[in-house]
Design a protein around this ligand. Structure first.
Ligand SMILES: [Zn+2]
Length: 464
């Protein structure tokens, strides 16, 4: 089915196309500001970048109010990084949409690995290079450019619009939940667009419909009150390493699939993804087999995974003929979307306790949870968004799962349980977010701006 192009939508398309050069110039201006919110970096740049985003938001002519604001970090005596918050009220029974992006960036890392300076926006072969050119200053500019086009094509809007451009996403969003509750009225919306994810490829748009959660903890395994000579007692008493490797091996079956009762799996189809692509993208050598079962993307998007990410044990240089009394490991689990991270943790703890060999003593500590996310794809905003993506990109959108987590989305769900959350983005698989030579595909950006402008125009035309 194709939608007829109305005069209003032709005007939106034209305004988007006309506005792209200015949007890219403004994006370049943002990239020039090294707004790294990590500790130890000059946070004056983050403030400067917030002021620049504020000026861009004011320039759209859409908002009743635009402010730079920060919030307390719970449990710390500092405040969070400056965010930009703007709002215009809805009229005539129209819905309100909240547009999210972040203006802080990852550090540049080793600058010698960059082909052009990280904070000098540079166009090469259809891509704009620079730190934040994709993640997520392009998200900021997609919102601004869509609003500019809408204002020009439609004039005065009935749609309610809130804009929230965070200043510390890469640094852990430490004041995010507090910011949401401090500004709940200004942020409240029927639909939330989180422009901080990616697309299937440079020409195929995607709506991110699921994210895995995570549960991480430290496990101490103890079998002896003190170390002993391995010749004196080895063979009669268990050492902690023996108990640890025996216990940890029960977490997976022979295929390397997670073998823990109570860890959920989401039942959903996934697009085809070749093993060769996995080998290439993950760096899997020819002789090493992938782990798990069923479609590769279902393993990454819809099933749990368990990884031992750290171990405290005697080091190789310090190895002696000794029975080790205790070993500590960090276990990091990815949780299938739809299962609570706490429930997944409880299943893991129960499994480990039930399988502790030789009566080894287990102690669990430093437990950390982040819930996953599952879009209710039956919501009306999802169909409006899918159509806008299709018309903006000229290709049908893919429902994308993400194996990682965006923990602040759980905060959004908690604070605004009735809002429909749409996770979109301007990145393509070659964007190299967080890495040297980060870049934005310019055609993807054009399409993303058009898709968002069409979404806004259609919501402006629709009862809440
Ligand atoms: Zn980001």
């Amino acid at each position: 089915m194709t939608s007829e192009t109305s005069p209003r939508e032709s005007a939106v398309r034209e305004a988007v196309a006309t506005g792209i050069p200015a949007a890219l110039a403004d994006l370049g201006g943002l990239v020039r500001i090294p707004s790294v919110a990590f500790p130890g970096f000059d946070h004056a740049h983050v403030r400067r970048s917030a002021e620049a985003v504020k000026a861009l938001a004011e320039g759209t002519g859409v908002f009743d109010s635009v402010v730079v604001a920060d919030a307390a970090i719970p449990g710390a005596d500092e405040r969070g990084m400056p965010a930009v918050l703007a709002r215009r009220a809805a009229r005539n029974g129209r819905p309100t949409i909240l547009l999210y992006a972040h203006h802080d960036v990852q550090p540049a890392g080793d600058e010698s690995l960059w082909e052009s300076p990280p904070f000098e926006p540079t166009v090469r072969e259809g891509r704009l290079y620079g730190r934040g050119a994709a993640d997520d200053k392009a998200g900021v500019m997609a919102h601004i450019a869509a609003l500019r086009a809408l204002r020009e094509a439609v004039g005065d809007l009935d749609l309610g619009v809130a804009l929230f451009v965070e200043g510390e996403e890469e640094a852990g969003s430490r004041s995010f939940a507090q910011f949401l509750s401090d500004h709940a009225d200004a942020l409240r919306a029927d639909v939330i667009v989180v422009a901080d994810s990616g697309n299937w490829d440079a020409v195929t748009p995607a709506l991110t419909v699921s994210l895995r959660g995570n549960a991480r903890f430290t496990l101490r395994i103890r079998t002896l009150e003190h170390a002993s000579h391995s010749g004196m007692f080895g063979g009669a008493v268990p050492d902690a390493m023996m108990a640890a490797v025996t216990l940890l091996a029960t977490l997976w079956d022979a295929d390397g699939a997670v073998a823990v009762d109570g860890l959920a799996t989401r039942d959903a189809g996934t697009p085809d993804y070749a093993e060769e692509t996995l080998r290439d993208e993950a760096g899997l050598p020819a002789g090493v087999r992938p782990v798990g079962r069923d479609a590769i993307l279902s393993r990454i998007w819809n099933k749990p995974s368990v990884t031992v990410t750290g171990i405290d044990a005697p080091s190789v240089v310090n190895a002696s003929n000794t029975l080790t009394p205790e070993v500590s490991v960090v276990i990091s689990a990815r949780v299938a979307p739809g299962q609570s991270a706490r429930e997944a943790y409880e299943a893991l703890e129960a499994h480990l306790r039930a399988h502790a060999p030789f009566g080894a003593e287990l102690e669990f500590s430093d437990v950390d949870f982040g819930d996953g996310f599952l879009v209710d794809t039956g919501g009306w905003a999802v169909s409006v968004a899918r159509e806008a993506l299709r018309d903006g990109y000229g290709a049908d959108p893919v429902d994308l799962g993400v194996g990682g987590s965006i923990p602040f989305i759980a905060d959004l769900v908690r604070e605004f349980p009735d809002a429909q959350i749409l996770v979109t983005g301007v990145e393509d698989p070659h964007a190299r977010a967080h890495s040297p030579n980060e870049s934005l595909h310019l055609d993807t950006f054009r399409h993303a701006v058009l898709a968002e402008a069409l979404l806004l125009a259609r919501l402006d035309d629709r009862a809440a």
